[in-house]
Design a protein around this ligand. Sequence first.
Ligand code: URP
Ligand code: ZN
Ligand code: ZN
Ligand code: ZN
Length: 461
Amino acid sequence: MKKWIRNGTVVTASDTYQADILIEGEKVVAIGSKLDGKDAEMIDATGYYVFPGGIDPHTHLDMPFGGTVTSDNFYTGTKAAAFGGTTSIIDFCLTNKGEPLHSSISTWHEKARGKAVIDYGFHLMVSDANDQVLEELGAVVRNEGITSLKVFMAYKNVLMADDETLFKTLVRAKELGALVQVHAENGDVLDYLIKQAIAKGQTDPVYHAYTRPPEAEGEATGRAIALTALADAQLYVVHVSCAEAVRRIAEAREKGWNVYGETCPQYLVLDITDLQKPGFEGAKYVWSPPLREKWNQDVLWNALKNGILQTVGSDHCSFNFSGQKELGLGDFTKIPNGGPIIEDRMRLLFSEGVAKDKISLNQFVDMTSTKVAKLFGMFPQKGTIAVGSDADIVLFDPTVKRTISVETHHMNVDYNPFEGMVVNGDIISVLSRGSFVIRDQQFVGQAGTGRFVKRSTFARP
Ligand code: URP
Ligand code: ZN
Ligand code: ZN
Ligand code: ZN
């Protein structure tokens, strides 16, 4: 079956132009003004932007963490993602020390199978770079299409790896052409600060932020960069939150090193005062790294605009306030870290970024889709609208307004950190490989139609 998207404004990372799009099966087969739409279903895109589907490079679906499990699984999470204009995600496959990588990867494939409504890939966590793991990474990267490796420099005694593990991973990643990702905070220093706070009876949610200072993020970012340079490898710093980290990434990029950075809507829109809300409300705003002082937002927007940071991920990691966030009542260290953003990532970036003239429309497409596809080995199958690419396409109306709310969101979680915020523009329809998943803001997709994407090894974009 053919589809003919007519009269829209096509937006890619480089161009904005009027054109029709012809889709046959799962692929875009023609773009232009005089297409032969005979026998095709016509889709009227008058007044709409037509973007490539978003690619969210950072999600945690169905993940055990903080003594509980994230509330969105691969069905509810990918469905919510689709409502928000995202047609692919890359989720983090956790590993356990001493366990073969393949058993963790199988576990993650099982979580997704039969549930995902959009396409997905996996990043693989490296918790222990012993000889067996380093050997097994060869098969994972070369044969399984998992070409990015995640090392946590924080969460001591839980997920944290030491510098030896990080460095060995970088050296192996250089050999294999894998992109190494780091959660950059100095976990040893945080552990000390957290213990001191608890000893003093400082247990409210805001101490989560006070015990994770920006210097600890800057230091770890700088250390990861130094080790990357030593290994002559490639590095992607996830969820950059502050000026201290941006400065290190900017310096590395000036030297021409393969260092990239991601930020998230929460750091662009929210700030440390949200953690100070009365009662236990602040628990809704517990992310690691924490929300920062508001002035950091300008630094992050400028870094996005100037190409110091390349992508915006959601770091979607949802926990219900009731029963999950509440695990930390009376002890902030027990609040599960993370929040629900998968559905609003694109809306927030468009409204706060494009509509407020902080980034261009083409940069918006680059940060939410194209650059993600390029950095993570999915381009040109994904991340653009081009002949031969997957027909992952969003119809977006820039003229309407929407109020973000738990009442209307589709994430499986009992609050929204952006409750009541009015955003400019909204997602109308979404196609995944040529099939509607969202049509006129209604879900028409199906569990299990999302496919695992085997990704290519790293190539400098
Ligand atoms: O607070 C966060 N970011 N939770 C998710 C896990 C992680 O560190 O990315
Ligand atoms: Zn395998
Ligand atoms: Zn993290
Ligand atoms: Zn994360």
